[in-house]
Ligand binder design. Structure first.
Ligand code: SIN
Length: 486
């Protein structure tokens, strides 16, 4: 597959305008399917980050004072350009991230829909008037753009995670410094290039690129600089806690979308075929590398044997390969280390009584390719039931009662997504209320939409992306009490 619009394959970062690192150093971006370099980018650090913040701060004074129509029109044109270039953007994403080309196209188109939605949402009321407590007073409550934000985004959804933050931020009138993962910076750069083509004034969005060694230095500046008003981060709970501690020293606003450990429950009364389709998609999509991916599966005893036989048949049909090949269902993992993690999880589970039903080792394609794997007799002591697997490993447990499975499902420090399948209306209501998670998939796994708030309970994060909640995350609330009016 070739990239038609070659300008989308960037070799510079954007700080106000396209630029190199001050010392001209660069780093390589690797293709996880071939382990070959697909490009180089500036290896930036503290000084470039400070410059990006200064420029974003200057741009903020201009951007916040534009009309909402001006901002919304740019967001809409940007979305159009993304859709026009979706095939090229998808090739770039698959080359640097590994997911299948079909998944990349889906993610690109979905990302653009955040721009469409927030271009509209920004037109809604930004305040309210309340009855005053004195006869000579008026009370106004207004929402204002909160200023310059920094967003630190992960490699698993290189376009979606940028757009979930940037669309509401720009719509609200904020400017943003983006630090994409060092593993997948080419997609965010290509997206921002299209934003500039769509008329976004320079400086409103900057993208700083840096390798694994420089990333913590960039993170330190972003979380401590006094001109940054908000940090948004998507990634592991451990890194989120570290960034939050630093950002709290200057009391920055924060939205954190952190790790998940999603339970997937199938009750005896469920539609089995629907549950099987849902499980394959929520577990093996993006090779299992999603915060909302199913992590622990609970099947009720009446349907257990039948479900397992059908599930294994489906898993064994999944075709693993280079995501650029059209008929592939699952690409490689992001790195060889990710494959090593999988090996450790499987070893630990089998030592603790797990039963390997299929897969279990690196795929014959080698490197970071891994076989879709299923382990039964799973239990809470096994490593992959306690942490976010981020790989194509399904851990299955059998359960007896609703009460038992709710306890098992909630037995996690995380609470991002939870799924269940049941055709009993009363049970569905009870289970939905009892599950401690920010997102519930009830007889479905396709809940992702810009219209709804996405985020977690417990250590899965703070704040929400998407929906009207996502816009408020980029606003300050001001209460004005106006007196002496009689
Ligand atoms: C995620 O897992 O973090 C995002 C996946 C999605 O919204 O579809």
């Amino acid at each position: 597959m070739i990239i038609k619009n070659k300008d989308l394959l960037c070799s510079k970062a954007i700080i106000g305008d396209w630029c190199n690192a001050f010392d001209k150093s660069t780093f390589n971006i690797m293709n996880p399917a071939t382990n070959e370099s697909i490009g180089t980018l500036p290896n930036m650090g503290e000084h470039e980050t400070i410059k990006a913040i200064e420029i974003a701060n200057e741009a903020f004074q201009m951007w916040k004072n534009q009309t909402v129509d001006f901002r919304s029109n740019i967001l809409r044109s940007w979305a159009e350009l993304i859709r026009e270039n979706k095939d090229d953007l998808a090739v770039i994403m698959t080359m640097e991230q590994g997911k299948t080309i079909k998944e990349s196209i889906g993610e690109i188109v979905y990302s653009a829909s955040f721009l469409d939605w927030y271009a509209e949402e920004a037109q809604r009321p930004i305040g309210r008037m309340m009855p005053a407590h004195q006869t000579d007073q008026k009370i106004l409550i207004t929402h204002e753009p909160l200023g310059v934000g920094a967003t630190i985004t992960p490699w698993n959804f290189p376009a979606l995670m940028v757009m979930r933050e940037v669309a509401p931020a720009l719509a609200a009138g904020c400017t943003v410094v983006i630090k994409p993962s060092e593993l997948t910076p080419l997609t965010p750069l290509a997206l921002v290039k299209l934003a500039i083509d769509a008329g976004l004034p320079l400086g409103v969005l900057s993208v700083i690129t840096g390798d694994k060694k420089n990333t913590p230095k960039i993170g330190d500046v972003l979380t401590s600089h006094l001109k940054i008003n908000k940090i948004s981060f998507t990634g592991s709970t451990a890194t989120g806690i570290m960034l939050a501690k630093k950002a709290m020293e200057s009391v920055k606003k924060m939205s954190l979308e952190l790790g998940g450990n999603a339970p997937f429950i199938v009750f005896d009364d469920a539609d089995i075929d629907a549950a099987l389709t849902g499980l394959i998609s929520s577990k093996y999509r993006n090779s299992g590398q999603a915060c909302v991916a199913t992590n622990r599966v609970f099947i009720q005893k009446g349907i257990y044997n039948d479900f397992i036989v059908k599930f294994i048949k489906k898993v064994e049909l999944l075709k693993v390969g280079n995501g650029l090949d059209a008929d592939v269902d699952m690409g490689p993992l992001i790195s060889i280390e990710a494959s090593e993690n999988m090996e450790n999880y499987i070893k630990d589970s089998l030592l603790k009584g797990g039963e390997l039903l299929t897969g279990g080792k690196r795929h014959k394609l080698g490197k970071s390719f891994f076989e879709p794997t299923v382990i039964a007799n799973a239990s809470d002591e096994m490593m992959p039931c306690q942490c976010e697997i981020f790989g194509p490993l399904t851990m299955i447990q059998k359960f007896d009662s609703e009460e038992e499975v709710i306890k098992l499902a909630n037995n996690s420090i995380h609470g991002l997504a939870a799924y269940f399948y049941s055709n009993d209306r009363k049970r569905s209501w009870r289970v939905s209320e009892a599950l401690k998670a920010g997102i519930i998939g009830e007889n479905t796994v396709s809940f992702s939409t810009p219209r709804a708030p996405f985020g977690g309970y417990k250590q899965s994060g703070i704040g929400r992306n998407g929906g009207s909640e996502g816009l408020v995350e980029w606003q300050e609330v001001k209460y004005r009490c106006i007196g002496d009016l009689n």
